[in-house]
Design a protein around this ligand. Structure first.
Ligand code: UDP
Ligand code: MG
Length: 320
């Protein structure tokens, strides 16, 4: 059997500071794996420029002119990390046997790719890169990340613990993934749903080589919310459950009110009435908000707008 053709998919957004450092490392990895005959010589590094405002795209174009192993596609505008990764995966799907997605900031250990490819050769279609520890994270990032996994678990959205988007996918998985047409994309939750035999490979995640993270707290919260609402309807069930409890308590309250009225003890009670009104209206607003969140998702899904638009490629079709 010929060694599999590997495409390393690298999403890049305003990464002019790190790309010149990490691009040669990706190339070196392709070369060493190909030299060991673990991957085929047609393997490539595919950069996805996610509408960067700096020199990222011109760097990618220059790289592709320097070495035929480098390919690049540019999105028509910034669409976010998940959509950039998907654009790369769907572009690579028809050219390769396996893909490995990795960030371009040098945080993920490239040497884990050797083990990933080996796990693929042993028959796994999905290989998750899992962080062995979070020592290099700040206390804040570590705590928020733990909250994220706990919240996802409680809300019924299953994800692999400490796995971000560093993973190997086989062509079979990519083809199955192409049939998941959702606009609200959360790949980490989607890949386990696709199924197939999977394995995990541990690696140590380093600090960013340069530049700043594009995932501030606000984006992490929105990713978590998107993950929960696109994978699970548990929040809606929780509302129903809570509604039932409040209804039962209210029923007792009604009996109490009637008995009090019959006994002629109905004058006092301003504080209790105010508390109940405030509490119930708060619960109702939160519940409406959660339902609205799902409704918004349905709205976006119904419109089924394209999930990515490729503006430019570093090659002329058909692929070199
Ligand atoms: N990224 C992207 N589009 C965005 C934001 C980020 O393609 O809108 C890329 C970014 O260039 C990097 C990867 O996604 O390769 C992960 O981003 P980052 O390193 O900022 O996140 P962190 O590692 O801090 O979670
Ligand atoms: Mg990073």
């Amino acid at each position: 059997m010929n060694p599999p053709v590997l495409y390393i998919i690298v999403p890049c957004y305003n990464e002019e500071a790190v790309l010149p450092v990490t691009a040669p490392q990706f190339l070196e990895k392709i070369r060493s794996l190909a030299a060991a005959e673990k991957i085929g010589p047609e393997s490539r590094v595919l950069f996805v420029d996610d509408g960067s405002r700096d020199a990222t795209w011109s760097i990618i174009r220059a790289l592709s002119r320097q070495d035929g192993h480098f390919l690049g596609i540019a999105q028509s505008r910034n669409r976010g990390h998940q959509n950039a990764v998907l654009a790369g995966l769907m572009e690579a799907k028809s050219h390769c046997d396996i893909t490995i997605t990795i960030d371009c900031d040098g945080q993920d250990d490239l040497d884990a790719m050797d083990e990933m490819v080996e796990a693929y050769l042993r028959g796994n279609d999905v290989v998750y890169g899992v962080r062995s520890s979070r020592k290099t994270d700040t206390w804040f990032k570590r705590t928020t990340a733990q909250c994220f996994y706990r919240l996802m678990g409680v809300m019924g959205a299953e994800v692999v613990y400490n796995h971000a988007d560093y993973r190997l996918l086989s062509r079979r998985v990519l083809e199955a993934l192409a049939d998941y047409r959702e606009v609200n994309l959360f790949l980490r939750g989607l890949i386990p749903l696709v199924g197939f035999q999977s394995a995990t490979v541990e690696y140590v995640r380093r600090e960013r080589i340069a530049g700043e993270s594009h995932y501030p707290l606000s984006k992490m919260i929105s990713l978590a919310l998107n993950g929960i609402t696109s994978l699970s309807v548990k929040p809606l069930r929780l509302i129903t459950g809570f509604g039932v409890i409040v209804a039962l308590v209210s029923f007792i309250g009604v009996i109490w009110a009637i008995i009090s009225a019959l006994l002629g003890r109905t004058v006092a009670g301003w504080a209790s009435t105010t508390c109940i009104v405030c509490f119930v209206s708060g619960v109702q607003l939160i519940s409406l908000g959660i339902i609205g969140e799902y409704l918004g998702k349905v709205y976006l899904e119904v419109k089924a707008r394209p999930r990515y638009i490729i503006r430019e490629k570093t090659w002329e079709d058909p692929k070199p």
